[in-house]
Every structure is written in C-alpha cells, then in structure tokens.
Design a binder for this molecule. Sequence first.
Ligand SMILES: [Zn+2]
Length: 254
Amino acid sequence: MKTTKLIYFLRKKFPKKNSLKKDYLGLQIGRFKKNTNKIAICLDFNSNVLKKIIHKNVDLVITHHPFIYGDFDNVIQKDWLKKKLVNKIEKLKIPIYSIHTNFDCSDEGMNVILAKKLGLKNIQKIKENKIIRGGTLKYSMTIKNFAKYVKKKLKIPHVYILKNNNKEIKKVAICAGSGADMFQIAQNNNYDIFCSGDAPQHIRNSIKNYKYNYLELFHEIEKVFIYAMKKIINKIDNKIKIYCIDEQRYPEII
Ligand SMILES: [Zn+2]
C-alpha cells in the first residue's frame, strides 16, 4: 500500500496532540519507502529485533517506545550500542516509526486494552488525566486475590503488590509503563488500587505514606501493543505482511 496513505491513517487514529508532553514519537530514523507491504512491529528496536528481521525485507519497523528518545546526537553519543545499531539500520535503509503515548492515551490503545483484558466494566478516563483508565471489577476481592487474578488475566508470571490498607478491591485504575508516580490521581478519584509500573523506592514509600494500594506490572506488559497494532494495520489493508517481533522477556524472579 502507499506509505503516505498508511501514515495518514495512523496519524489520524493516533494524533500527536493526544500524546504526553516531551514525547519523541513519529519517524525516528530513515525515510519512508514509497510503498509499504511488509512491516515489523516490536516494543523496542534493538539488535535482537534486527537479527529477526534482517532477511525479511521489511519496508517499515513500527515500535512502541521511541528508538531515539531525545536529541539524536545526544542519544547516540551516550549509547555506543545504539550508535552501532543506527549505522546498521541506516545502511539497510529501513525506516523506524514510533507510536508511543499517542497510543497509550487512545481509546483503542494500551490502557483500554489492558483494562478490557482485566474484565473491567464501565472503563473511563479520569477527568484531569488523559492516559489513566479506570473501571470496575465484576466482584470485589482481597488485594492478594486481585494480584493472582491479574496474573491470570494478563498471562504474566509475576506482579508485586503494595498493600497499605485493608480495603477490598473493586474499582481499579491502570496505566502501563512508567506511571507509578501518578498514583495520587487514582487515589483522589476513589479507585481502590492503581496498577502501573517502574515504581522506584521513593514512590513506593510515598504510596505507603498515603495508605494506598498499588500493583506493579512489569513494563514488558506493553508488548500487547504489537498484536493490537497488527490488528489495526490489517484492518486498513489485510494484504500487508506483518511480523510481530515479541522478543522481550519478563525479568526472572529468583
Ligand atoms: Zn512504555
């Protein structure tokens, strides 16, 4: 299909104005080809992904996380491995395009997909925030049972919980990725628990001080992007060949 048509469609569906501030989405490197018939989709572009696609003649790589997060020169100056990868991909002339927080904030995007997988009802945005989604479980449960429920529903090997009150869990707010510092927004909107990721110790401590409940989802949960994007693109044109490169593994807990 004509690349201009594909990109027009994606930009319309996931407009830049819906992204969070200071994001680096869009074309990361290279130039679009005139036609795009083979696409690889991944969470992050890295040498593993390159190995898997190198002989597949793809016209475009779509990532969720921006390959160049920040000023181009700065990024490759700080990361020699990335610099090597940039050189390789420039030689191969494969463009990399990222759909990031414009996907996370969308009603067809990350947090709605995860909320649906959790079986939440009445999924909605939170007034002052465009990325978090909240909803209600069919029945309330203890936080430990909720953690087991999440593992089963999202098919993930582990989560961890911060249980700081004895409330049963019924109203759930979710923001995959590095959203832990937004826990107060969920708390102020009367959600019983906030599910997010990448919580550093000072945030965990703050959650404890506010006597709130939190469930940590590893950031890799965002790999749902790969399969969601495949569906979306194949809806535009089902002849486009899509390679889902799901090479990220959850950390091993010993
Ligand atoms: Zn992320």
